[in-house]
Every structure is written in C-alpha cells, then in structure tokens.
Design a protein around this ligand. Structure first.
Ligand code: GRF
Length: 202
C-alpha cells in the first residue's frame, strides 16, 4: 500500500514508519512526506532518504485551500492511506470524510484520556500510574476515532513531562509502524464499504 505521511516538526515517527517500510515483507511504502512547514526537520530527512516531499505553508491561506493542496499532493503521489505523524493542523471535515478508515494519527496518551495538548503534564498532574501512546483512525472529532493500538508507559517517581515524553516516544516508534502495517493488511471489510456507499448515496 502507498502511504502519505503528514508532518509538522521533527518527524521521528515518520522516520520510524519509513525505516520499518524498508524491512523485508513490509506491506506499505512511504510514497510522500508532506508538511505545512517548509522548514520541518522531517521534510529534510525525507529528502535525504530519497522520499518524495511536498511542502506548503498554511500561513495566510484558508484552511480549506491548504487542505485541498495537501490532499491533491497525496493523491498525485498515489497514496491510499494517510498517516498523520505530528501534523499540527486540524483537517477540514470534507478531507477527513473522504479518507475515512484510511487516515491514521498517533497521539501521545492512552485515549480516550487526554485528547488535545500537554498530555504528559496532565497525566503526571493527575497522579496516573501510566501514560502512553495511541494510534487511532481520524474522524471529525479531535482524537476520537477508533483506537487501533496502544502501548502503556509507566510514570516513575519524579517524572517530568519531558522525561515521560522521551520514553513514550520510544513506544511510539514501536507502535506506529506495526499498527499501520496491520491496518493496510486488514482483510476487505464489506460492512465498512457498505456504510461508505450508503453515506455517499445520501
Ligand atoms: C509525537 O509525540 C506524536 O505522538 C504527536 O506529535 C509528536 C510528533 O513527534 N502527535 P515527531 O515529529 O514524530 O518526532
């Protein structure tokens, strides 16, 4: 399967997805790395690795126009799936709907706990025993789609948001490639397809 990865920053999850795709037998390839920030570190890495890239700053553009350009780039790259990996923009509903079931995101908490930002600080402040990471399908509601996989990460005494984030990132890099590989290999889901046909017919 061909996957477009959307990044806004460092791109360490993009790197994990890319390198896992180079293992023998990997069921997906990274067809494109796209970003709303032309200076994103992840873009430079993708370029160095010979992966096609697309960059378009969101600044001064209507959200819908920016999304359209990103979506078109994904389509032109032949992407069948989109993996959001630290992509810091909320997508317009039409975009999300067109990719329903084929757009994944990684979120640094044990969803449904701590949607949104500052997840690690909030888990520590609440006295939680564990933080973690989730990979989920993207729906219109922020961080609310079906959870496809999670890894729990213990919160130690004296933990800071930064130290927890660093350890959770190790878990992220294990989780995302595996969940993506499993998702693109999922047997044909007739019920899901029927639902899509009904939705489009309305
Ligand atoms: C990760 O913590 C991910 O869970 C969150 O954004 C961060 C992206 O990091 N959505 P990177 O750019 O992949 O290094």
């Amino acid at each position: 399967a061909r996957v477009a990865v959307f990044v806004s920053g460092r791109g360490s999850n993009m790197a994990a997805l890319l390198y896992a795709s180079r293992l023998p037998g990997a069921p997906y390839e990274v067809a494109l790395v796209a970003s709303n920030d032309p200076d994103a570190e992840g873009l430079a890495l993708a370029e160095a690795e010979g992966v096609a890239t697309f960059a378009l700053s969101h600044r001064g553009k209507a959200r819908g126009d920016h999304d359209s350009a990103m979506e078109q780039a994904a389509r032109e790259a032949g992407a069948e799936y989109i993996a959001l990996a630290g992509y810091m923009r909320i997508l317009t509903p039409g975009f999300v709907q067109r990719w329903e079931g084929r757009m994944l995101n990684i979120h640094p908490s044990l969803l449904p706990n701590y949607t949104g930002l500052d997840t690690h600080a909030r888990a520590i402040a609440a006295g939680d025993s564990h933080g973690g990471v989730s990979v989920h399908l993207v729906t219109e509601d922020l961080d609310a789609g079906e959870v496809l996989g999670q890894i729990r990460v213990a919160i130690r005494a004296g933990e800071t948001a930064d130290s927890l984030a660093e350890r959770v990132r190790f878990a992220e890099h294990q989780l995302y490639p595996r969940v993506l590989a499993r998702h693109v290999s999922r047997p044909f889901d007739a019920e899901w397809l029927l639902g899509r046909v009904r939705a489009l017919a309305l």
